[in-house]
Design a protein. Sequence first.
Length: 652
Amino acid sequence: MRAVLSAGEGAGAGRRLAETLADKLRRLGARGGEDQAAEARRWIEALRGEDPECAQAVADRLDQLMARLTAGGLGRWILAGLRRYERQPALQRAYFELRDAYAREALHGEAGAQDLEAAQASLSWLLCGLSGRGLAVEPLRRAALDGPPSRPVLAPSHLLVPDSYTVLDGADRRALYRAAVAHAAAHLRYSPAAQPVLSLKPMGVAVASAIEDARVERLLAADYPGVRRWFLPFVPPRPDPDDLGFAALIQRMSRLLMDPGLRDDNHWVNKARTLFEAQAPDLRDAAAFRCLASVLANDLGQMRVRFNPQQYAVPVPYRDDNAYLWDYGDAAEPPPELALGAQGAAAAPGGKGDLQEAASETELGRYRYPEWDYRLGRSRPDWCTVIEKLPAWNGAAPATPAGRAQRLALPRSRRLSRARRLRRQWEGDDIDLNAAIEVLIDRRLDLAPDARFFMRPGSQPCACSTLVLLDLSASANDAAPEAGTTVLDLEKQAALLLARAVSGEGDRIAVHGFCSDTRAAVYYYRLLDAGGPQAPDRIGAAQARYSTRLGAALRHAGALALRAPGERRAIIVVTDGEPSDVDAHDPRYLVDDAREAVLELRGRGLRVHCVALDARAEPQLRAMFGFRDYRIVTNPAALPAALVRAYARATL
């Protein structure tokens, strides 16, 4: 009933938005032209996909907004609100309802800002004059509201400048356009174009690009000293000192290289400036600066800094996306692992060819799940996308030490019948009410009743369904020295041995795996389905990559486990540590979400246990699974036996 009401409310809200827009866009079309009305509708429909309540707020105030803005200005005002209050829905709604002071400030800024079309001709002349080449400046339209902020795109024949710069990028739009043109001209004058990427990793490409941006700006300022003051107003602000992610480190480095008078307390950032300034007397040696960037990228790898191009944008708003600098081979576009919108160096620990294999996997479906945000005290509906797949991996079953299968025999108590109340018995000490009611109905219908309407204590086999959920994140590739192999191999061996042991006991067992590449792509692999044929090769060839968004994977595993037959159902998570993902910087965020997922599943009758390999994650494991329902394995070689004990505990 609740689902029906919710669907009805959604349909009603959609009708209200459509009616409001139809009336106001009709007036806007008559006043400003049909093109303006169509573009305004596109922006509001895009906002509706993000938050229907915010879209309704904009539609209600459309006359007030369009009295001061063009349709392009409306789109930039919407983008400014979404970017400023990302993941803060209450503040976003206040912004679009004009209850937020910043919303009014942004509205005034957009009303007085110059559109790109008005400056397009003068910017083209400026680009030609600085670069000495005949290039044109053209607008770059933003197709959607999601994703990182847009950046200019430089090509040999033209420069695309975003028409979606907001007041967050720079209050003086004319100065921002001018800086973008000057930076592009610096690349055209001093940068070697289409450098072969070869074996350079995605994170290395990003670091080398940032160093090259600083180098060519120094050269342009040396030849034309006046342009330096074009760049300085856009020195990015210092990020949160506690943020040690890739984007924050690159932003801090860019600040120091743009303005040598700034200071930073991060060792890597100071090393970058020291190396750059040591090479600065010979700014025209591009190869030396590329070697410098390789050293810095290697340091980031040693620091285990993760890089995700899907969420990364060049930190300085006027700088282009550096596609002009690189040659990715025969492909017309950068390959997925180097292009914006795909996982980059975070996938590297999983081995070569991960992304090519991911592209060839069979997708079974996409599912949307909520995610708990402890800061808001509520779930974000349809926040995570789980992509269920059949893996395309090919490989042999994991090697099993001799005799291991015998040592993994299930405890004898697990195979005994379980004490319970037996129904529909010929005799007993209690009445089976359901059977007794059927007897009365049969008598009313003049049918011969079944006299087995008693209950008595006894024992009878109880069918169980268990789902083993393997953590296939990149950290599972770490070595387990005590076992002489990797954590991933131990997980696979343990799961396969348990599946073989349980298959002969009449119970059902499934083995699934998961990893994540932000909330938009939680990959869920069905390695072995309950009741299906044994697939040791599929389990054995599973590879580890990306991150660990446990809450979304648990919700999907729970949905599958609840559909399985059996009087007892359980999920056993096998992981090497706490949850993490490249778009979640708060260490508590994913832990609290996983705890909420566990509580939800237990409330629906599922037993959820965990076997973990990292003793340092005990506080997080206790928060997620409670005091009794997790086990830490200090010796990785003992993982198979620990998994059997967890199975016995979960199904008794």
